[in-house]
Design a protein. Structure first.
Length: 315
């Protein structure tokens, strides 16, 4: 299938691969149309840590829709602790076309602190006595590209409700380009980040988003006391699923991963999830799921308990 991309989108794709700095963007030339007829640029920053003996996740999601005379922007945020998912940020607005579609724009109670080379130093949120601050530190995994997405892992410190938690931040950037005939979009990716309680073991697993089981995936990255290794051979199967009636789709709630070149496997199950059901496309609704997960990773020499976050999208 051939996908139709404008020069600005091709530039964004090239820079997505080439560098870490904000990506310059030109306004598109087409007139306004349905939201899915324009490129969408999604930037996720997810804090992963522990508090009171349970996983603590703080996912931020920023989206820009590139249109003719403006950019539609959205900023959302959640706190997931134990079996609870709570949305604390949900802002949507229109902005001028100037600047990069990847730039994080302050809005309402959300503030962004940017340092040298336009890198994010901190994100903060304050409203009605509730305050949250996520500070970014050094890189633990440099950018890894998977199709029209890329990922990196950073250090992070979260301050929230009188507690300070050390952890990591997974940053993901995705380009969702519409197809020429608007019947299909380019492939999406699902991903999961897993770590142990000590933070000595980290695993990033990225696979094509799909409802079939058992096909080869795209990226497995692992880090332990002996160093880092990666592979583009990763198999995943859904070992349990549930039906989201409003979307008329099944979504996974348990997975088995196998990375043969890394001699590593993982059995993962959701603790809790937050699901968003969007507009209808081709007879079914868009669905986006964020999970807090726990599980076990296995190597030839050991098994280790892990926790983290998983993402699933279907359009």
């Amino acid at each position: 299938m051939i996908y139709c991309m404008r020069p600005a989108l091709l530039l964004a794709l090239a820079l997505l691969v080439a560098c870490e700095a904000p990506i310059p963007e030109e306004p598109p030339a087409e007139p306004h149309g349905p939201a899915d007829s324009y490129p969408r640029y999604i930037r996720e920053l997810v804090f992963v840590g522990t508090a009171e003996g349970e996983p603590l996740l703080v996912p931020f999601s920023f989206e820009a829709i590139d249109r003719e005379s403006d950019v539609g922007r959205q900023a959302r945020g959640w706190v997931a602790h134990g079996e609870s998912w709570e949305m604390f940020l949900d802002e949507e607005w229109e902005a001028g076309p100037a600047g990069s579609v990847w730039r994080l724009v302050p809005v309402g109670p959300l503030r962004v602190l940017v340092g040298g080379a336009a890198e994010i130093e901190a994100i903060s949120y304050r409203r009605e006595g509730d305050e949250l601050r996520l500070a970014v530190s050094g890189t633990q995994m440099p950018w890894q590209r998977v199709g029209s997405s890329r990922f990196r892992i950073l250090g992070g410190t979260l301050r929230h409700r009188d507690r300070e938690v050390e952890g990591v931040i997974v940053e993901a950037q995705h380009i969702r380009a519409p197809s020429a005939d608007q019947t299909e979009a380019p492939p999406l990716v699902d991903w999961a980040y897993l770590t142990d309680a000590e933070g000595g073991h980290q695993i990033l697993l990225v696979t094509p988003s799909r409802e079939e089981d058992g096909r080869e995936g795209t990226l497995a990255w692992a880090r332990d006391e002996e160093g880092r290794q990666s592979s583009d051979r990763l198999n995943v199967s859904w070992t349990e699923a549930l039906t989201v009636e409003a979307a008329r789709r099944e979504v996974p709630v348990a997975w088995r991963y196998n990375a043969p070149e890394l001699h590593l496997s993982a059995d993962v199950r959701q603790v809790a999830h937050h699901v968003d059901v969007g507009e209808e496309r081709r007879g079914r609704r868009v669905v986006s799921v964020r999970y807090s997960v726990t599980g076990t990773i296995s190597t030839p020499t050991e098994e280790r308990e892990v926790f983290g976050i998983s993402r699933h999208d279907r359009e």
